[in-house]
Ligand binder design. Structure first.
Ligand code: HEM
Length: 495
């Protein structure tokens, strides 16, 4: 490269930085005076340095103590407003859901999916897409097979793979990710894959890669100027390229389905979508191919990391509480026996197992600030203005760790959900790990079905032991916006 072009390059870079700085300053000067209170920040950076110090959960808990139930932090030019406490959450996300159910602008989802799908869209498109997807999942019975039969089929393969470890120590997370993703394959594509199948392995590794890249680059990748920075500082190019590869795998499935499509013999979610597309014409409203790819990606993304994460937390709590593990197994043996797998119909007769999993959801606190919502217009809330474009965080943590609702919230105690009659006492309704209001997790029933079937079947057949006797794995999480468990190994021994 000669000096001339190097100078040109430098000039362009300097120009870009100056433009970004002007954007940053002018944007923050536009905020009204009555935005929710928050800590003072530095010019241009806002509170970025504060948010990078220590654990974000502790930082937000402290900021609530200092500034109240609705506070704001500035991430560069963007305002993030954090909502805390059960009353505030119900007021915003249930009573005033029309104003609070939007999602913030996401460059990557605009670029790859034109802002379509369920998870990142807002307004009428989101409502219609969500309605179709929930209805299809609720009434699922394609190919004469219910969701439960698909989950049970996967559970059987999962248990067989665990048995092959012969009680030797192994990391259960990767296998759990495969099992959980495979149920999504069965729902979306009509069939599960062998865990060694090359197409399946490629798809799951692309999703895992993108999850890691998203966590690594943090919220900074969503800042308006981030994509113009030289190189790929915030993984934006890599994320887009991976999503394009994922989309290619899914589009291949959609095309295969189209060639074998038979309206009278619908096999799965794709067939259900194609049926509506044929009825209404491809371009009408939500029934375009790009929306189908985006929905399927949402089902994989929404359901894999969260569910496998919660399951691995459950294993950790079983290792730390051997007495609870024994009690759970005893309840399963007395209600289900040992000759068949547990079924959803057994669930009401297994209140201790239900209480255990509820406590895992609360203590795991996997998505303590849910998935960000966004203000799609200026919102007035309790005398404060939340400007259009702000990111809104729902602090599920503020409810699930509220000592006024859960006594000694740091203690793992499934009994807190049981009354004197041994049945659930209603406290479980405050464990809002799937969020609340119309934007609540779309896959909640499916997630509960998978967790129940996988966990009760595992406990029925195996004992879960630490890798080294008397050396229990850490209950600390990997730092970040989700509380993922740290890697560990355990021994799973056939009873
Ligand atoms: C234990 C497992 C799971 C947990 C803890 C969980 C939690 C959540 C949370 C907190 C949200 C954000 C709600 C909000 O915006 O306020 C969400 C959204 C979502 N989840 Fe889940 N989820 C789980 C499993 C699943 C599964 C299995 C699926 C797949 C069917 C799924 C699909 C989705 C989708 C599509 C959304 C976006 C909904 C929307 O934007 O309207 N999730 N989930």
């Amino acid at each position: 490269m000669d000096l001339g072009s190097l100078l040109d390059l430098n000039t362009v870079l300097v120009a870009i930085v100056v433009i970004l700085l002007i954007c940053l300053v002018s944007r923050s000067l536009q905020w009204p005076a009555n935005i929710p209170p928050g800590p003072p920040g530095y010019p241009l950076l806002g509170n970025l340095l504060l948010l990078r110090q220590g654990n974000i959960l502790d930082t937000f808990r402290n900021l609530r103590k200092q500034h109240g139930d609705v506070f704001s932090v500035k991430v560069g030019p963007s305002l993030t407003v954090v909502f805390n406490g059960i009353d505030i959450l119900k007021e915003a996300f249930i009573k005033r859901a029309d104003e609070f159910s939007g999602r913030p602008y996401r460059y990557i989802s605009e670029k790859v999916f034109e802002g379509k799908g369920i998870g990142s869209s807002s307004g009428e498109h989101w409502k219609l897409t969500r309605k179709f997807s929930s209805k299809t999942l609720r009434e699922f019975g394609f190919g004469g097979r219910s969701l439960e039969s698909r989950v049970k089929e996967e559970t059987a393969s999962y248990l067989d793979s665990i048995e092959q470890h012969n009680g030797c120590p192994f990391d259960i997370k990767p296998l759990t990710v495969l099992a959980v993703s495979n149920v999504t394959c069965s729902i979306a594509f009509g069939n599960r894959f062998e865990y060694t199948d090359a197409r399946f392995k490629r798809l799951t590794s692309l999703f895992a890669d993108n999850f890691r890249l998203t966590v690594e680059s943090g919220a900074v990748r969503n800042l308006p100027g981030a994509r113009y920075l030289p190189g790929d500082m915030f993984n934006i190019k890599k994320l887009i390229s991976n999503y394009n590869d994922i989309k290619e795998c899914i589009d291949e499935q959609i095309n295969e389905h189209r060639t074998k499509f038979d309206e009278d013999n619908q096999r799965d979610f794709i067939d259900a979508f194609l049926t509506e597309q044929n009825k209404r014409g491809k371009d009408e409203q939500i029934f375009e191919d790009i929306n189908l790819s985006a929905i399927i990606i949402n089902l994989f993304l929404g359901g894999t990391v969260t569910l496998s994460g919660i399951f691995v937390w459950a294993i950790l709590y079983l290792l730390h509480n051997k007495n609870i593990q024994d009690k759970l197994r005893k309840e399963i043996e007395s209600v289900v026996g040992t000759s068949r797998l547990p079924s959803l119909a057994d669930k009401p007769a297994l209140p201790y197992n239900e209480a255990f999993m509820t406590e895992v959801h609360r203590m795991a606190n996997f998505a303590p600030f849910s998935v960000p919502h966004g203000a799609t217009k200026d919102i007035q809330f309790r005398g404060m203005t939340i400007p259009s474009g702000s990111m809104i965080l729902v602090s599920l943590d503020s409810v699930m760790n509220d000592p006024n609702i859960f006594e000694n919230p740091d203690t793992f105690n499934p009994d807190r959900y049981l009354g004197q009659d041994g049945q659930l006492n209603g406290k479980e309704r405050n464990v809002i790990s799937f969020s609340l209001g119309p934007r609540t997790c779309l896959g909640e029933s499916l997630a509960r079905l998978k967790l129940f079937t996988l966990m009760t079947s595992l406990l029925q057949r195996f004992e879960i032991l630490p890798e080294v006797p008397d050396q229990l794995p850490s209950l600390e999480s990997i730092p970040g916006l989700t509380r993922a468990p740290k890697d560990f190994k355990c021994r799973i021994v056939k009873i």
